[in-house]
Design a protein around this ligand. Structure first.
Ligand SMILES: NC(=O)c1ccc[n+]([C@@H]2O[C@H](COP(=O)([O-])OP(=O)(O)OC[C@H]3O[C@@H](n4cnc5c(N)ncnc54)[C@H](OP(=O)(O)O)[C@@H]3O)[C@@H](O)[C@H]2O)c1
Length: 287
């Protein structure tokens, strides 16, 4: 299949492009500031309509994986117009051009569409974002064929010019630095490799609607860091449990945005992995 991955330089998009290529697909990899390394790179800007249309003409895809977004939660809170321009208007235009091309669009959404009051969210649960990032991502959901919501993505390599949550912890522990990590925020950490396989499964079968595609383990960020330290034989005494209330975030975060992935576990060939399995894969990938 001809596939256009927006955010091909990012944490998820780069892994998705890599695995799609391995599976024999033709991959066009959209980027903005950081050149995509996997697939045929296409530079474009979601804030500019003509640029989106040009990228779609260049790739003429059958499948669009829309992973690109303004993902910095605090920046979205401060720069609300830009967040709307990229995450809402950019997504709407991309979806329109996808329909015009007769292609199928999988939009990557987030656990931050929920307020985090109950946790283990199912696809049909009411949404109620507590910050502007979550609001813009929820608005973007209106336009796609398939909305794949995920949670705290991590992987074995830096992408889009930055390290992810797991690599950041490993870097600091290797330098024997203490890290404050929130122990009262619960998530479903998701390995990018597992997510990429699930997304390809969804797209190859053109499964429509909302899908919660995340790791199958609900855990606090602090306990996640402890398990990561154990797997890599690092000193978990350097991890200091802290509280969400003590963080100097610009945007509010949901307290428990863990996801119920039973629909994916039942309906997909590629199942959500639990944390033990995922962390072993990260270790193998890092080598
Ligand atoms: N990371 C998480 O924990 C998490 C959790 C839940 C949901 N999600 C969602 O999952 C998706 C992937 O996240 P990620 O962590 O892989 O993202 P990421 O690593 O931060 O990468 C973001 C990507 O978006 C591209 N991008 C940003 N602004 C753009 C613009 N104006 N025009 C074109 N491309 C632009 C970036 O391109 P350049 O780097 O080339 O500028 C980059 O490739 C996002 O939609 C995010 O909302 C992420």
């Amino acid at each position: 299949m001809r596939i256009f991955v927006t955010g091909g330089s990012g944490l998820l998009g780069s892994k998705l492009a890599e695995i799609a290529l391995e599976k024999g697909h033709q991959v066009f990899s959209g980027y903005n500031h950081n050149l995509s390394e996997k697939g045929l790179p296409i530079k474009f800007d979601l804030a500019i309509e003509t640029s989106i249309r040009k990228s779609m003409n260049q790739s003429s895809p059958e499948i669009v994986f829309h992973t690109a977004a303004l993902t910095d939660v605090d920046r979205c809170q401060v720069d609300q117009d830009l967040a709307c321009q990229i995450n809402v208007r950019g997504t709407k235009i991309l979806a329109e051009t996808t329909k015009e091309a007769g292609a199928f669009m999988v939009y990557i959404s987030t656990d931050y569409v929920f307020d985090g009051k109950i946790g283990m969210y199912r696809e049909e649960d009411p949404t109620s974002p507590v910050n502007h990032y979550g609001y813009t991502k929820l608005m973007g959901e209106q336009h796609a064929d398939c909305e794949a919501r995920t949670c705290v993505i991590y992987g074995s390599r830096p992408a889009s010019g930055k390290v992810n949550f797991a690599l950041w912890i490993l870097e600091r522990l290797r330098k024997e630095e203490k890290i404050n990590i929130v122990a009262d925020q619960y998530v479903s950490p998701t390995l990018n490799t597992n997510l990429a396989h699930m997304l390809l499964d969804v797209a190859e079968r053109r499964l429509e609607g909302i899908w919660h595609l995340a790791g199958s383990t609900r855990i606090s960020r602090y306990d996640f860091a402890c398990q990561l330290a154990d797997v890599f034989g690092l000193d978990k005494n350097l991890l200091v449990p802290s509280k969400m209330a003590n963080m100097s975030w610009m945007a509010q975060r949901p307290r428990d945005s863990s996801m119920d992935v039973s629909k994916a576990s039942r309906g997909l060939k590629e199942k959500p992995y639990d944390l033990n399995r995922s962390l072993k894969i990260v270790k193998e990938e890092i080598g």
